[in-house]
Ligand binder design. Structure first.
Ligand code: ATP
Length: 196
């Protein structure tokens, strides 16, 4: 008998750094059984776009690994590090599916991204091949009745934290440890990241 594919959520971002908002959302999607596993897909630096505040790919990857080490349903993925840049979601999903044929990749995006989804590269192709879970973002209403069948709005609890807030707070000398996984906070302090 054929085995069911492992439903693998793809949650992409810069994770600069990963914070409890990201982790709580991902944890909810796993435990409420929307996916079997969830991969944090770390967006690499764009060689054509120098972003001063965007930390080195491997440091951001290390922080994700530190945050998820003891939760078996999460994985940190550097899959996009070796793809031609900028990597389009349609291509990343296609390559992931080729590389891991035993998995079904489910795209996880915020309501803000869903609102602009028709401007992405090849949105029809993404929809043809993948299911999408849309989580709420403040200021973006979703009408579940207007969504295509393969797109589901998931009413996840939200923690209003942003990486920008974390970086700015650390740079101004604030101790915001409770917004981060303790291992991520420790890593940031140990490597003196995000200081001015
Ligand atoms: P920055 O402030 O650096 O822009 P961010 O936390 O908004 O960072 P990313 O690290 O790229 O952004 O986040 C990855 C994805 O997680 C994004 O698509 C974003 O919509 C989502 N996200 C960001 N913050 C939260 C949060 N508090 N709760 C749930 N999802 C979030």
């Amino acid at each position: 008998m054929e085995k069911n594919p492992i439903r693998t959520g793809i949650f992409g971002g810069t994770f600069n750094p990963i914070h409890l908002g990201h982790l709580a959302l991902a944890n909810y999607l796993c435990e409420e059984n929307w996916v079997d596993e969830l991969w944090f897909l770390i967006t690499p630096q764009n060689p054509f776009k120098q972003e001063q505040t965007l930390l080195d790919n491997h440091l951001r990857m290390k922080m994700v690994e530190a945050a998820i080490a003891d939760y078996p349903r999460f994985k940190a993925s550097d899959f996009e590090f070796t793809l031609p840049r900028p990597s389009y979601t349609v291509t990343t999903l296609q390559k992931l599916s080729e590389t891991y044929p035993d998995r079904e990749f489910v795209l996880i995006i915020g309501a803000d991204n869903w609102a602009a989804f028709d401007k992405w590269k090849s949105p029809e192709e993404i929809l043809r091949n993948h299911r999408i879970l849309v989580y709420p973002r403040p200021g973006y209403e979703i009408n579940p009745h207007e969504l295509p069948a393969q797109v589901k709005a998931v009413n996840t609890p939200l923690l209003e934290i942003s990486s920008t807030f974390i970086r700015e707070s650390i740079a101004s000398g604030k101790d915001i440890r409770y917004f981060l996984h303790p291992e991520v906070y420790r890593f940031i302090k140990q490597h003196q990241l995000y200081n001015k």
